[in-house]
Every structure is written in structure tokens, then in C-alpha cells.
Design a protein around this ligand. Structure first.
Ligand SMILES: Nc1nc2c(c(=O)[nH]1)N[C@H]1C(S)=C(S)[C@@H](COP(=O)(O)O)O[C@H]1N2
Ligand SMILES: [Mo]
Length: 322
């Protein structure tokens, strides 16, 4: 077992495993976002190796539509790399509401209650209404898709999501022709999510897409991962997955989907507009103001690969941006 763990980047303190520039940058970013006074001890994960419990500790108590798993795989979406081992994906997460330390998010997020859970569909839409998440999922056709996933911080993974296309959802709820954007909102509950306090950002976390982006075949509302319902740290019970954009667009634990006429303000773009734009497409040729985006690092093996334009999904989405 020791041998198994020793090959892995998790064995190294985060300060050593992360390129120095990104490590420094992240500290600044946390400061800018109001995450101050954490001290260096907090930056270095305490455990060694991926926690064995990471794949189970965040399980939902009453996962919606549990009987529908596993689903048929959509074979149109093929990978150019192996799938990331589940335990790594489940124990290296960004979910700022709970913690800024990726290695401990899965434990903190376990406090989130995901049942009952409602999703409100509002704004410029033919049929505004509130859905119980179980009902919403059962209205859709679930499928599995293997997607690459690329965080703006230059780490990457490849995972099997279960979910339904945003396109299918949009057709069902019938937006008005005046709807040009979609705004997504995460839950708000500072009792379970300790970082959701006003000094640390304009909560709740929000994101947005143009209608054309949301209607693209690739845009997924995910309910599961690795053939089972989403664990909490991955954004249970419902999260967005936009695989050609940086990971921060893929908003977790959604409670509202609103159709709007104007481009909605979004969490990272509002916090740090010079560093995180609304579009946020994966572009190896455009460096972040403080680090290169030319390569990415796989979270399980530590392998470095060239970043692909649109994260490798140009054939599906490049025409949206001409
Ligand atoms: N509500 C919410 N959604 C979020 C985030 C967050 O902090 N809060 N982080 C984003 C970022 S930066 C990334 S890279 C992905 C990480 O998803 P994962 O932890 O499931 O891999 O979630 C995105 N969705
Ligand atoms: Mo990210």
C-alpha cells in the first residue's frame, strides 16, 4: 500500500506539489477574496495520500433517482487519456463554500444536507416552477459521458459523469425568445458552509452561460460520477459540467436556474475580473495574468500534458466563437 501511495503526488505537501508561482498566486487570491488569517499550517494538507474514505464519506443520505444508476454510456465522447482514479477525484476538490484546501473539502462538504432539495426554474421562461430534484431527474434521460476536466489552476482530470444534457432540460422548460443567458445559483447556508460569510465574497456562488453555450450538445447537468450519484464534494445533487471551459464555470449544488436577458454577474468574474473572464474557455495560448496555461497536470499520476484548445472540444464548440 505504501508503494501505491508513494508514487502519487498526494504524498507531497501541497506547497511542494504545486508550481511555486501558482502557490504564491493562490495565497494572494485567497487574500483578495477575504480568506485571511489562515496561516501556513492550513495550506499544507495534514493527511498523506488520498484518503481511502474519500469516495464514500461524501455520499448522499438519500440520493435522488438512485435506481437509475448505472446508466447507458454515450459513446460519442471518447478520451485521449485514462480515466482518473475515483479516489483522487473525490479527495481533491474546489468548493470554496466549505474550504479553500482541496484535500479537506470532501470532509467538510459531508455536512451538506442534499435531501430534500429543490431546484427553482425562473426568469424568462414559459413554465417557471420549483422542482423536487428527484422529479426533475426522472423527467430527463440520464446517460454517462467521459469528459476531460480542466481547472484554471492548471490541474486536470478525466471522469465519467452521469447526467442529462442542458439542451434537453431547456427544451423541456421552454425559455422565452427574450432569454439570452442562463444564470445558475448554488445553495446558501452559512450554518453548514463556513466560508459563506459576507467578508469572503458575494455569496451565493453564481455562474452563467449564453443561451447558445447552454444549448450546445456538450453542456451537461450532472447528477452522478463513476456510475453512482454525486458525492457532496462534487456538487450533489445537481451540478453543471462545461468541459471546454475552465472548471470554475461548472457550478456545484445548484438551487436555481434563471433565464435572463442580460449577462449575469458571476462569482469569480465579480471577485477578480482581470483574472477570470465570463467566457473562460480553455486557451493554452492565453496565459493567466500570473501563470502559463500551456500545460496541465493530471491529479492522479502527476503527468504533465499540453493544454488543448477548448480542452480538446473544438469540433463541438469552436463555431460558437467565430
Ligand atoms: N458552488 C461552487 N461551485 C464550484 C466551485 C466552488 O467553489 N463553489 N469551484 C469550481 C472550480 S474552481 C472547480 S475546478 C470545480 C471543481 O470540481 P470538482 O471538485 O468536482 O472536481 O468546481 C467548480 N464549481
Ligand atoms: Mo477550478
Amino acid at each position: 500500500m505504501a508503494q501505491f501511495i508513494n508514487r502519487r503526488p498526494w504524498h507531497i505537501p501541497e506547497s511542494a506539489a504545486t508550481p511555486e508561482s501558482i502557490f504564491r498566486q493562490r495565497r494572494q487570491l485567497l487574500k483578495a477574496a477575504g480568506f485571511i488569517g489562515l496561516g501556513l499550517a492550513g495550506i499544507i494538507p495534514s493527511g498523506c495520500g488520498p484518503a481511502k474514505d474519500a469516495a464514500t464519506i461524501g455520499s448522499q443520505e438519500h440520493p435522488p433517482a438512485r435506481d437509475l444508476y448505472p446508466t447507458r454510456r454515450d459513446t460519442r465522447f471518447v478520451l485521449d487519456r485514462p480515466l482518473t482514479e475515483e479516489v483522487y477525484a473525490a479527495s481533491y476538490n474546489n468548493f470554496y463554500e466549505f474550504s479553500v484546501f482541496k484535500g479537506s473539502v470532501y470532509k467538510k462538504a459531508a455536512r451538506l444536507r442534499t435531501s430534500p432539495w429543490q431546484v427553482e426554474v425562473s426568469g424568462l421562461v414559459e413554465k417557471p416552477r420549483v422542482f423536487e430534484v428527484d422529479e426533475l431527474i426522472r423527467m430527463m434521460t440520464l446517460e454517462e459521458r467521459l469528459y476531460r476536466f480542466r481547472c484554471v489552476e492548471a490541474w486536470a482530470m478525466a471522469v465519467p459523469w452521469t447526467g442529462f444534457s442542458m439542451r434537453q432540460f431547456i427544451k423541456k422548460v421552454q425559455p422565452l425568445s427574450s432569454a439570452k443567458y442562463i444564470r445558475f445559483v448554488t445553495f446558501m447556508n452559512a450554518d453548514v458552509a463556513p466560508n459563506q460569510n459576507p467578508s469572503k465574497g458575494p455569496w451565493p456562488y453564481t455562474e452563467g452561460l449564453t443561451m447558445a453555450e447552454a444549448m450546445n450538445e456538450l453542456t451537461l447537468l450532472a447528477t452522478g460520477i463513476y456510475g453512482h450519484p454525486l458525492p457532496k464534494q462534487h456538487g450533489a445533487p445537481l451540478r453543471l459540467v462545461v468541459p471546454w471551459k475552465y472548471g470554475f464555470k461548472s457550478i456545484k449544488s445548484i438551487v436555481m436556474i434563471e433565464f435572463t436577458a442580460e449577462q449575469p454577474p458571476t462569482f469569480w468574474n465579480s471577485n477578480l475580473p482581470k483574472e477570470y473572464d465570463f467566457v473562460a474557455n480553455v486557451r493554452p495560448d492565453i496565459p493567466h495574468p500570473r501563470w502559463s496555461q500551456a500545460t496541465e497536470k493530471l491529479i492522479d499520476t502527476g503527468e504533465r500534458r499540453p493544454t488543448l484548445p477548448y480542452n480538446g472540444y473544438g469540433q463541438w464548440v469552436a463555431q460558437l466563437y467565430t
